[in-house]
Write a protein that binds this ligand. Structure first.
Ligand code: F6R
Length: 244
């Protein structure tokens, strides 16, 4: 299997180890193309990259980034948008050129145009060198939820009621929670030359195991990573507790 599993002790160690993988990419190719994720898991990793940048060990000055996903209907200035999240946790704290950072354009109501433009921009940048992923409890990556088939390209998704309910804690009113999102497809993710998946906490242990050792099925979208030639999975002790 082409998946390398790296077990670390805790969230801080997981964050540091995963940040080192990205730092190594930047060191070997300062103009590399990095795919990024939001969610709570990568926040510590972003803090580590900020530290490395401040210490002069790495620079994002020549790098290009593409995020996995964005809510449809939220402008990047909205504090729940993924653009806002990335500015806050990484982009505003490192030397990246903002115009070389991309998040799907949630403010564009034309889903087909917005998604096709995003897919084309990734291709024009030469494809993604390393794609960072978190994982949902049901195995979702990006907003690719369990389904009957693997969605290929960047596309529009309707959020499930459970995702809308879970997200409503972050909005004043449940009516304000976006119902839709744009996300890279499984095909977009699989085209990345290297994939770095991070997972933390005992609530992720079962899905990490299913992802690495279960059948490859669109019912567990992350299981498709078993078919990718270059995947590194960095877990803390709890998330890795059911793996060997
Ligand atoms: C984030 C994303 C999601 C998250 C996943 C895990 O851009 O696409 O797939 O990676 O929901 O989220 P956390 O890290 O909050 O458990």
């Amino acid at each position: 299997m082409a998946i390398e599993l790296i077990k670390t002790t805790d969230y801080a160690a997981m964050s540091r180890r995963a940040a080192d993988v990205i730092a190594t990419c930047l060191e070997s190719d300062p103009a590399c193309v990095i795919g990024l994720a939001t969610g709570s898991t990568p926040i510590g990793l972003y803090d580590c990259l900020v530290e490395d940048c401040e210490a002069g060990k790495i620079s994002f000055a020549e790098a290009t980034t593409f995020n996995l996903d964005e809510y449809r209907g939220l402008p990047g200035t909205h504090d729940q948008s993924y653009r806002y999240f990335m500015d806050k946790h990484l982009f505003d704290r490192v030397d990246v050129r903002k115009e070389f950072t991309s998040v799907p354009d949630g403010a564009d109501p034309d889903a087909d145009a917005a998604c096709a433009r995003y897919e084309r921009a990734i291709e024009e940048a030469g494809g993604i060198d390393i794609q960072l992923l978190g994982i949902g409890h049901n195995g979702h990556i990006g907003f690719n939820e369990p389904a009957d088939s693997f969605p290929v390209e960047t596309h529009l998704v309707e959020l499930t009621e459970s995702t809308i309910n879970a997200n409503s804690r972050l909005f004043e009113d449940i009516a304000d929670v976006p119902r839709e999102a744009y996300t890279m497809g499984i095909g977009t993710i699989m085209k990345a030359r290297m994939i770095l998946l991070v997972a933390s906490g005992s609530d992720k242990a079962q899905i990490v195991r299913d992802t690495l050792y279960g059948p490859v099925t669109p019912r567990v979208p992350a299981s498709v990573l078993q078919l990718h030639p270059n995947v590194v999975v960095v877990v803390d002790e709890e998330a890795g507790s059911l793996c060997g």
